[in-house]
Write a protein that binds this ligand. Structure first.
Ligand SMILES: CC(C)(COP(=O)(O)OP(=O)(O)OC[C@H]1O[C@@H](n2cnc3c(N)ncnc32)[C@H](O)[C@@H]1OP(=O)(O)O)[C@@H](O)C(=O)NCCC(=O)NCCS
Length: 144
């Protein structure tokens, strides 16, 4: 399937919200904040020739020297999962971050297949902290 990767625009937000509700029905949405404070040139949508948004990635920046990029969300519409779009989107942003000499991290959803997928994409657990509500929080970082 043909696709184009572009920066996300305000008019994409309703489509993103619908997709987000589909894949994270149980989660109170952190999407509006993540969208509002995104790093624009590192937050991308993957668009099909029909104009439909197949998936998106939202990134934020951290660190005293803005040296760290955090991937807040990566979502592919259920109808288009397992066709390579997630990998294409993630590796596109990883490549941009490496070019800018930025570190890349994320807090994964703690599901076995998601952790396995991130490992396959080059991410490794880099930090374990206590979560506010109990349990542990895991951070993964991209290893060159
Ligand atoms: C995680 C997520 C972004 C991955 O996106 P995706 O587009 O499905 O990912 P890919 O297609 O690149 O890879 C997924 C699998 O499909 C396989 N695949 C890739 N292209 C394929 C193709 N053309 N045909 C069949 N399988 C394919 C990959 O090998 C991979 O297999 P694996 O699970 O054994 O590693 C997506 O599943 C999603 O949106 N999940 C819900 C939201 C979520 O949990 N996001 C992560 C939050 S931390």
């Amino acid at each position: 399937m043909n696709y184009t990767i572009c920066n996300l625009e305000d008019e994409d937000f309703p489509e993103m919200e619908d997709m987000f509700a589909c894949v994270f029905p149980e989660v109170e949405t952190g999407l509006p904040d993540a969208f509002e404070y995104r790093v624009r040139n590192l937050s991308k949508g993957i668009y099909l020739d029909s104009g439909e948004l197949a998936g998106f990635i939202l990134c934020d920046v951290y660190g005293k020297q803005f040296e760290q990029i955090k991937i807040n969300y990566i979502v592919v519409h259920p109808a288009y999962q397992k066709q390579g779009f997630g990998s294409i989107l993630l590796q596109h942003v990883v490549k941009l971050c490496l070019k800018m000499k930025k570190k890349i991290c994320l807090i994964p959803v703690m599901k076995h297949h998601i952790l396995k997928w991130y490992r396959k994409q080059g991410f490794r657990i880099s930090k374990v902290c206590d979560a506010a509500g109990g349990g542990k929080l895991y951070e993964m970082s991209y290893r060159v």
